[in-house]
Design a protein around this ligand. Structure first.
Ligand code: GTP
Ligand code: MG
Length: 176
């Protein structure tokens, strides 16, 4: 942090691009909404576009989300992410198998997390879907609806080491 002049402080901001990859309706937008707005949207969150930014401490998080397809998983699309979060829904085994199918396209060197969302449905539906973790990375169980483990997930997102891209993408912010 460098003082420029009285009343003006220049702060080096890091930028972290976090891409959520998951099938339709697994809860990607709801998780992002819980992180950024602390609400579970009852209807479509119009403020939540394809890209959503969130400033916390010295980091500007850019949350993106996309469906797992060959095109979306291409190096061109994913290569600039600092962190990739794979999301599936507890009540939808297909959503797990779908991300598993494209895992081989995961760009090398980019850290990732596996998120199993909608765990609030466990009580209602019982253990209908217990899957192994083929991904090898850490798995976090969340409920965007009940805000369970959302702060744990964000703590992970915040603390995970990212590669050198983070340095190249550094941006600046002037606080007056
Ligand atoms: N029970 C339960 N429902 C959830 C949870 N998270 C999301 N939902 C619901 O699941 C549906 C899809 O949620 P979204 O957040 O829109 O899912 P998405 O992955 O962004 O979906 P797309 O943008 O269509 O790909 C909505 O009806 C949400 O209310 C959760 O943790 N528990
Ligand atoms: Mg969405």
């Amino acid at each position: 942090m460098v003082n420029i002049s009285e009343g003006e402080e220049r702060v080096e901001m890091k930028k972290k691009i976090v891409t959520f990859v998951g099938c339709q309706e697994v809860g990607k937008s709801s998780i992002i909404s819980q992180i950024v707005y602390k609400v579970f949207p009852q209807t479509f969150h119009s403020e939540l576009k394809d890209v959503c930014t969130y400033h916390r401490d010295d980091t500007l998080f850019e949350f993106r989300y996309t469906a797992p397809t060959e095109k979306n998983m291409s190096k061109h699309k994913m290569g600039e992410s600092h962190l990739i979060i794979y999301v599936y829904a507890w009540d939808d085994p297909r959503s797990y198998r779908w991300i598993q199918k494209y895992l081989h396209l995961h760009p090398k060197g980019i850290p990732s997390l596996l998120v199993c969302n909608k765990i609030d449905l466990m009580g209602e539906l019982g253990e209908i879907f217990l899957c192994n973790n083929h991904f090898g990375q850490e798995r976090i169980y969340t409920s965007a609806k009940e805000s369970k483990n959302i702060s744990l997930l964000f703590d992970k997102i915040q603390s995970m080491e990212t590669n050198d891209l983070a340095i190249q993408n550094k941006s600046c912010c002037v606080i007056l």
